[in-house]
Write a protein that binds this ligand. Structure first.
Ligand SMILES: *Cc1c(COP(=O)(O)O)cnc(C)c1O
Length: 237
């Protein structure tokens, strides 16, 4: 099989599994977007994937996002930033379709300032550290409310939902309780901001290659899948 054929077969099989998981949860398959997590993949591979039935790309290193944008590799699909964002790299990322990983007021204000300077409104998600892990990025669940208030006060950013990377679990199936906890937080946020268009709770980004079906069962509206589309990642040393 050519690389294109392999990618197509992988995407079609993931799409079928996503649709099954949605139906099993009483949801419509078109409620869940497929984000291809393309870190370490070349611009050529991304370009091949862009013609397949994925909804968007997710990139988690600034350098890779900038290079693949310059190579026009994502077109016609949107590209989201999904990695940890350092404040000194905000200028290179603002202007992308959506930043999924905003997790502090400091980062938020840098993004807002850059967006305002450029006269645009930057769509964002807030990243929640649902497992409360020391080493993980993401805001603690209890601190989400203050971050939402801060985001609502910035006209140059638009909160569209939440994102999470749950703790790595030993047993398959154990991620599900974290997804359920995320869903409760998402629903509470939607409730608190009902009728206030400054904060929208439309996107719940959770689930990766190993657990996207569980995430869909718990209400994910966007799953981020890398390995199951592109195969194992090879990191250069
Ligand atoms: C790499 C990555 C993914 C995809 O992980 P896979 O296990 O390869 O599917 C999802 N989300 C983020 C933030 C990532 O960095």
């Amino acid at each position: 099989m050519t690389e294109q054929e392999t990618l197509r077969a992988n995407v079609e099989s993931i799409r079928a599994r996503m649709a099954d998981a949605a139906r099993a949860a009483g949801r419509r398959p078109d409620e869940v977007l497929l984000c291809a997590a393309s870190k370490t993949r070349s611009a050529e591979t991304v370009r091949l994937a862009a013609s397949l039935p994925i909804d968007l790309f997710g990139e988690n290193r600034v350098q890779e996002l900038v290079e693949k944008q310059a190579a026009n590799a994502y077109a016609p699909k949107p590209a989201h930033f999904i990695g940890h964002l350092q404040t000194n790299k905000v200028k290179q990322v603002v202007g992308c379709d959506l930043i999924q990983s905003v997790d502090s007021e400091h980062l938020l204000s840098k993004i807002a300032a850059e967006a305002q300077r450029r006269g645009l409104v930057q769509p964002i998600l807030l990243e929640v550290n649902i497992g409360g892990e020391e080493s993980k990025s993401g805001i603690e669940p209890g601190a989400l409310w203050a971050l939402l208030e801060a985001a609502a006060a910035q006209p140059s950013v638009q909160v569209q939902g939440l994102m999470t990377i749950p703790p790595v679990e030993e047993q398959p199936g154990e991620a599900r309780r974290w997804f359920a906890a995320m869903r409760r937080l998402f629903d509470e946020a939607a409730d608190r901001w009902k009728g206030d268009s400054r904060v929208r709770m439309e996107m719940l980004s959770m689930g990766m290659s190993g657990d996207f079906e569980q995430a869909i069962a718990e209400g994910a509206t966007l799953v981020r899948v890398g390995t199951a589309i592109f195969g194992p990642r090879v990191y250069k040393v």
